[in-house]
Design a binder for this molecule. Structure first.
Ligand SMILES: Cc1cc2nc3c(=O)[nH]c(=O)nc-3n(C[C@H](O)[C@H](O)[C@H](O)COP(=O)(O)O)c2cc1C
Length: 212
């Protein structure tokens, strides 16, 4: 089971696409969306939180998930969720996007919400923790928090584009970052071609040899 948290940075679509892809590949997902993330979702995706399972309702509306049976969502203040405990069976956790506030809390062990508590659990239990920090430019405080977390075992995966995949749409860009997270989680996907495949395709088109 993979834990996915969406926090209130720009780009909640990154976490949403990640959850869709995990579910579509048969991976059970425990998901948490922060209050601030719901505000950003309303602003960026024109979707208002509604009902007892708001994330499932959003995914259902998007219609890109084959089944929602593998999804469990938790309120971001629910410390009785299994994600709050070291005995929880989650094998890895991704926070996508990760706000600078959640980054800071995770870097200092300030477990004031289910998301920051689950980050704390992931670090103390030596599970994979992938953080997708979204802010620009970055202050020395942001960078120090990232370094601290990286030294504590987290993977810092900023949503930085690889132009070699020749993205043509925002969907392509989102899928590129989502694919990078899935690679780290060891989940197979077809969201983008590897650099090798891309270079071969370009070489075939242009007749030029690939760069070494
Ligand atoms: C539309 C919108 C966009 C935001 N974008 C970012 C962002 O890209 N990065 C960031 O660190 N905070 C951003 N914020 C501020 C966070 O939402 C705020 O710091 C919040 O307290 C984060 O809470 P959370 O980490 O519990 O989700 C944004 C807020 C809004 C309303």
């Amino acid at each position: 089971m993979i834990a996915v948290a969406i926090t209130g940075a720009s780009g909640p679509i990154l976490g949403i696409r990640l959850i869709e892809e995990l579910l579509n590949s048969g991976k059970p997902v425990y998901a948490v969306v922060s209050d601030a993330a719901w505000s950003v979702i309303a602003h960026e995706l024109s979707y208002r939180k509604a009902g007892p399972a708001p994330l499932a309702a959003l995914l259902s509306k998007r219609g890109r998930t084959s089944s929602l049976k593998l999804l469990k969502e938790f309120d971001s203040h629910d410390f009785f969720s299994p994600l709050a405990s070291g005995s929880s069976p989650f094998e890895a956790m991704a926070v996508a996007p990760c706000s600078m506030k959640t980054l800071s809390a995770a870097a200092s062990g300030y477990a004031d919400s289910l998301i920051t508590r689950a980050c704390d659990v992931a670090l103390k239990e030596k599970r994979k923790l992938i953080l997708v920090p979204r802010e620009t430019p970055l202050s020395a405080i942001h960078l120090e928090n990232m370094l601290k977390l990286s030294r504590a075992g987290a993977v810092i995966l900023p949503p930085v584009l690889g132009f070699y995949s020749r993205p043509g749409t925002i969907d392509d860009m989102v899928d590129f970052v989502t694919g990078k997270i899935l690679n780290l989680l060891g989940v197979k996907h077809r969201l983008f071609k590897s650099w090798e495949e891309q270079a071969s395709a370009t070489a075939a088109k242009t007749g030029k040899r690939k760069a070494p």
